[in-house]
Design a protein around this ligand. Structure first.
Ligand code: ATP
Ligand code: AH0
Length: 403
């Protein structure tokens, strides 16, 4: 038997596994690396976060990813080169983290690598006549390169199975949230405020699990970051929402932004910067005659847009006045302007971060992939929503051996 297969077989039978979860999201701020100890699997999973770091992407890495990121047309040669290059880069970043944490690679059982989403094309968003109705998504950072570069068995490319099973390839958060954060005492809304905002609805454990699901709600930080970069090229984002807090929401621009059919579409749904990019903003500005609106007012309006997107989706699930505890995570949880807008839009909700549930908000997405890898190796196809349409019951992740 291939010794790696024998190792996997042993790993699957162990009471616990040490797994590195990786995520590099749409904000392109860096690679999130979460070293986790996972005990058990399925509903009995217990997770300890041993170490966490975000390894920042140098400007040159960001520049290379942006050559293809969310673009309809790119150089095929460039794309081909970027795939193994990113896999090797991620392997180097993991190795650096392990060195810093004084952990040897042989003491880690698995790497769970999300890769870098460069294009997300759910059927409702792409207009390609040759592929009507087809959901597709593309993550770069080849898993074989991660495995060989680290010496650790790697699972990668998690989203394809979700699509093959009838989903849109995202959000996958519901699976991890369900395994880790369901409570017998309260229904929960877990709100991730990354480049794109999404939430997971979790009914109380013991209630009908088939109502659990996650959905994107629209832009989180992506339009805010792009607008800040355009006006202040030296800034990566609006730190602590200071610029947005100094501005006023422009109702006309907000109305035009919200006129996009995405906001009225049924849940669950997914999206990305392919839709919520500069062209979307420019068109809404032209229609509302706000091309000259100042930076602060534009950011205040875009912040409100992110909050309204969340609130509209929440109302689709819970009715006119949702009254729940919302547990936020992701970079937007650090943005006071966005937090204030969410409180305005969802006045009956109580807001906390996932820290209150023992999950570091910045690490939550990287942890998700460690959970999915744990299920793929030691568990069952994760079944929430009883295989409901767009929430398929599948094992996710492709396995790469290091040799
Ligand atoms: N102190 C802060 N003030 C305002 N915004 C912040 C702050 N800290 C982080 N952010 C925002 O969070 C973003 C990074 O968020 P995060 O790391 O969750 O994104 P991501 O994982 O790339 O996104 P996605 O979940 O869409 O893949 C930054 O680009 C910025 O917009
Ligand atoms: C295609 C893709 O990479 N989508 C990401 C992105 O970032 C946030 C939101 O859009 C979410 O749908 C998803 O990531 C998280 C980890 C998810 O799948 O749950």
């Amino acid at each position: 038997m291939n010794p790696h297969l024998a190792r996997l077989h042993r790993l699957a039978q162990q009471p616990s596994r040490r797994i590195i979860g990786l995520m590099s999201g749409t904000s392109l701020d860096g690679l999130d690396v979460a070293l986790c100890r996972l005990h058990g699997h399925g509903a009995g999973t217990r997770l300890e976060l041993e170490q966490f770091a975000t390894v920042p992407y140098p400007d040159d890495v960001r520049r290379r990813i942006r050559e293809v990121f969310a673009r309809e047309q790119v150089s095929l040669e460039y794309l081909t080169l970027l795939n193994p290059w990113l896999g090797s880069l991620h392997a180097t970043m993991i190795t650096q983290c392990l060195k810093q944490w004084q952990v040897t690679a042989s003491d880690v059982d698995l790497v769970a690598s999300h890769g870098q989403t460069v294009y997300h094309a759910p059927a409702h968003q792409h207009q390609h006549p040759d592929f009507a109705g087809l959901n597709a998504t593309l993550q770069l950072g080849d898993g074989d390169h991660v495995a060989v570069g680290t010496g650790i068995i790697t699972l990668s490319d998690f989203r394809q199975k979700h699509i093959a099973g009838g989903g849109e390839g995202a959000p996958l958060a519901a699976y991890g949230d369900y395994l880790l954060l369901s409570s017998p005492h309260e229904e929960r809304l877990l709100l991730n405020l990354g480049g794109i905002a999404n939430f997971t609805y979790l009914p109380r454990t013991g209630q009908d699990a088939s109502t659990a699901f996650s959905t994107d709600t629209g832009p989180g930080n992506t339009l805010l970051d792009a607008t800040v970069r355009q006006h202040r090229p030296r800034l990566a984002y609006d730190e602590d929402g200071r610029l947005a807090l100094a501005g006023q929401v422009h109702e006309g621009l907000l109305r035009e932004l919200l006129a996009h059919p995405f906001f009225a579409a049924p849940l669950p749904k997914t999206t990305g910067p392919e839709l919520f990019g500069p062209a979307y903003l420019q068109q809404a500005q032209a229609r509302s005659h706000t091309t000259q609106l100042g930076l602060e007012d534009t950011l205040a309006t875009l912040t409100e847009l992110s909050a309204v997107g969340v609130a509209r989706a929440a109302r689709q699930v819970f009715g006119a006045q949702p009254a729940l505890t919302v547990y936020a995570s992701g970079g937007g949880a650090h943005n006071p302007a966005l937090q204030a807008a969410l409180r305005r839009q969802l006045p009956a909700c109580t807001f906390a971060t996932t820290e209150a549930l023992g999950v570091l908000p910045d690490a939550k997405e990287a942890i998700l992939f460690a959970l999915l890898a744990n299920e793929a190796v030691a568990g069952q196809p994760v079944s929430i929503g009883a295989g409901r349409q767009r929430v398929p019951a599948v094992s996710m992740g492709k396995i790469s051996f290091p040799g």
